[in-house]
Design a protein around this ligand. Structure first.
Ligand code: ADP
Length: 269
């Protein structure tokens, strides 16, 4: 058994209930030109659970998570092969309606990136773009989403003020609320707390633990304690390969591979 830092050993998922696989990744290979960044990854993503992707910088975590809602399409030299099956479709297929896909599989990035508009507009613009016009409905969804991320009480009196006046942590919760407005099934988060202070980080971790009741969550984190605290499943990536995937508790206490053991015990990375 690996000797772990006490904080890492504080798992939340001792009594995990296994949920069905919602997205299945098979033989996923991703290239940037000649750089083979993600190598033959096979991994399930379980419904209404948190899956963390960990591993040293440059090992392909962001590349992999971005592929799940086709954000890599925006990078001209990126090329993806394999099957990412979601609701009987291959997400990587050219036939997929990417706009619809991103409604169902939303994404939140490392740097909070609210629109430079009012708090209201941050939630309502994507809804209007998706065809919601009814003002009462727009107000209702705004309130509901801000409540879901625990921001309502903090901002209900300043909904018409600029979102850029919020703190970094509040901005990130607003970005999560914006992603939730379109009622996605899956939420992808790429290092969502790495630009935040510890108090804001802890609020986001609590929020994600709540949200997994309703949403499937995939999170990239460079912070192993964070994975141990909130994730039900953890994937360890190294040099583009998925070295090990398993229940977080198993992976941290009984890693099967030596490189996983070396990484989680701080021997590299
Ligand atoms: P991680 O998220 O684990 O830090 P990345 O997915 O960012 O790793 O990077 C994996 C590899 O892909 C690295 O070699 C990186 O240089 C390369 N890469 C990432 N993003 C791009 C990009 N937009 N264009 C070209 N290469 C990239």
């Amino acid at each position: 058994m690996i000797q772990l830092d006490n904080k890492i050993a504080n798992f939340t998922n001792n009594d995990i209930v296994k949920t069905p696989v919602q997205i299945n990744c098979e033989n996923v290979n991703i290239y940037y030109g000649d750089n083979h960044a993600v190598k033959d990854v096979n991994m399930p993503i379980h419904e209404k659970a948190i899956t963390a992707l960990i591993g040293p910088s440059g090992c392909g975590k962001s590349t992999f998570i971005r592929t799940i809602n086709r954000m890599n399409d925006l990078i001209p030299i990126a090329r993806c092969e394999g099957d990412i099956t979601y609701r009987d479709i291959n997400i990587l297929s050219k036939k997929v309606d990417v706009v619809q896909l991103r409604k169902e599989i939303g994404m939140v990035f490392q740097q909070p990136n609210p629109f430079q508009k009012s708090i209201n507009e941050n939630i309502q613009l994507p809804l209007k773009f998706a065809g919601v016009r009814n003002r009462k409905k727009l107000k209702e969804i705004t309130e509901q989403c801000l409540k879901e991320v625990g921001l309502w009480e903090e901002v209900k009196d300043r909904l018409d003020r600029s979102a850029t006046g919020l703190s970094g942590g509040q901005q990130q919760r607003l970005c999560i609320a914006r992603a939730l407005a379109l009622r996605p099934k899956v939420l992808l988060l790429d290092e969502p707390t790495s630009a935040l202070d510890p108090v804001s980080t802890s609020k986001i971790e609590e929020l994600l633990s709540q949200l997994k009741k309703d949403y499937t969550i995939v999170i990239v984190t460079h912070n192993m304690q964070q994975a141990a605290r909130i994730a039900d499943y953890t994937s360890f990536f190294y040099q583009g390969e998925l070295v090990e995937f398993g229940l977080t508790k198993d992976l941290f206490t009984h890693p099967e591979k030596k490189s996983t053991a070396d990484y989680i015990s701080g021997r590299f990375g």
